[in-house]
Design a binder for this molecule. Structure first.
Ligand SMILES: Cc1cc2nc3c(=O)[nH]c(=O)nc-3n(C[C@H](O)[C@H](O)[C@H](O)COP(=O)(O)O)c2cc1C
Length: 283
């Protein structure tokens, strides 16, 4: 058994915040197939309004790189949607339920009300998603503001917060700040903003199908980065839910060997919601 956020897990597999965890039916399907926890699709306290643009996917057939593009309003759950999903799931499943919250700034008042509501709805912990805030390096007082946010969240919540890291937050910079902020858990690794490349007439060019500024790239190539972040986080005593690039049981073993307590998958579990077992050693 593995202990994570106060629950005993039969295996280390958790579903990442993504399509696979954006509605009740998807999460229950994962739970029926042995997945021990779900980090719910990120939510924000905002009003959706009109959605301009659509969700798109592309897979480069030669490299296997996977790209996705989506406007914020088509992508991010509203607080009401997430709370409804959280309450429904809590009444239907015992797996770890970890909603994910994003906000427009590092000010604690932008995060605390949303996190409190989700705690009240039965969350086991809360993932803090900084992806939509762009590249934070260069923000005035980033270290101090990060530590203040984490300390304030920890002082008002009774459940753990788990920041989600992306490569815009260098590992040797961010880990000591998480420790200083009183954080015990860390989630990694988020997808990477990237232009979508296409090859025609033997030349690469930026695709006009997916938006070059908002497209994310994710997949198998992330694994070495994930291993590096995992190793560093574990060195700082953090409990890591490690993912980004997991495609098979061997990848999972590498992350556990690097110090992860649990592992998370988005792409694999979105494509194969019934095959989580393939990521576990005994299968
Ligand atoms: C379509 C899609 C939507 C995603 N949405 C979120 C999100 O809302 N919040 C979040 O923290 N990560 C999100 N992610 C990132 C994943 O959780 C994960 O970090 C990334 O895809 C790398 O893992 P993988 O190699 O298993 O796909 C999303 C990924 C994909 C593919």
């Amino acid at each position: 058994m593995i202990e994570f956020m106060g629950k005993q897990l039969k295996n280390p597999l958790i579903a990442s915040s993504c399509f696979a965890t954006e509605n009740v039916a998807n999460v229950l399907r994962l739970a029926e197939n042995g997945v021990q926890g779900a980090i719910l699709k990120s939510c924000a306290d905002y009003e959706r309004g009109e959605v301009i643009g659509k969700r798109e996917f592309a897979v480069d057939p030669t490299t296997g790189y996977t790209y996705a593009s989506s406007p914020f309003k088509a992508e991010i759950l509203t607080m009401e949607e997430c709370l409804k999903m959280m309450q429904k799931l809590r009444s239907l499943t015992e797996i770890l339920l970890i909603p994910s919250v994003t906000a427009a700034s590092l000010s604690p008042e932008d995060w605390i009300p949303a996190c409190r509501k989700l705690e009240k709805a039965g969350a086991d912990g809360i993932q803090l998603d900084f992806f939509y805030m762009g590249n934070l390096i260069g923000t005035d007082g980033l270290s101090r503001r990060t530590v203040t946010l984490l300390r304030e969240l920890n002082s008002v919540l009774h459940i753990p917060v788990m920041p989600k890291l992306n490569i815009s937050l260098p590992k040797d910079y961010i880990m000591p700040l998480l420790v200083e902020g009183g954080v015990q858990y860390v989630s990694l690794l988020d997808s990477v903003r990237s232009p979508y490349l296409r090859k025609t007439d033997n030349a690469y060019h930026i695709s006009d199908c997916l938006d070059a500024e908002t497209t994310s790239c994710f997949g198998h190539w992330q694994l070495p980065l994930t291993i590096g972040y995992t190793y560093t986080a574990a060195k700082y005593g953090l409990k890591v839910c490690a993912g980004g690039g997991i495609t098979c049981a061997d990848d999972v073993q590498k992350l556990l060997a690097a110090g992860a307590v649990t592992v998370q998958s988005a792409t694999f579990l979105t494509r194969y919601p019934d095959r989580g077992n393939n990521l576990l050693l005994s299968n």
